[in-house]
Design a protein around this ligand. Structure first.
Ligand SMILES: [Zn+2]
Length: 121
């Protein structure tokens, strides 16, 4: 683990009003997430947790931030995996902003974070 214990990935965002609102947008979406999603095959999908990768560039450097324990939908029958595009759109916005602030402050950017950083206050 490159993330230090007890420190949120969003230490900068949480100091800004618009940052707090970006994080709570994601938290609210997770809270209101529908659990009754139908797969194209007709069977039900259930929530499962996996790693979601955020790709970004610093200059010409391609980098990846792995978000651990991120929620996805998976079909019980055909195992099709679906990502909630609306949710990850907002996840991207928050991560992008935190990385932007960290780059400006010349702070270290970890290789991974936990999705729970969106949920805990
Ligand atoms: Zn299916």
């Amino acid at each position: 683990m490159t993330t230090s214990k007890g420190v949120s990935f969003f230490e900068n965002l949480k100091q800004r009003k618009e940052g707090i609102s970006m994080i709570s947008t994601v938290r609210d979406q997770v809270k209101n997430k529908s659990t009754n999603i139908d797969c194209i095959c007709g069977d039900e999908m259930e929530i499962f947790y996996s790693t979601w990768a955020y790709h970004y560039k610093v200059g010409n450097d391609e980098r990846v931030l792995n978000v651990l324990n991120a929620p996805f939908y998976k079909c019980k029958s055909c195992h099709e995996v679906v990502e909630d595009l609306l949710l990850y759109g907002d996840v991207e916005k928050a991560i992008e902003e935190e990385i932007f602030i960290r780059l400006n402050k010349r702070q270290n950017i970890p290789d991974e974070m936990d999705f729970s950083d969106f949920i805990k206050q």
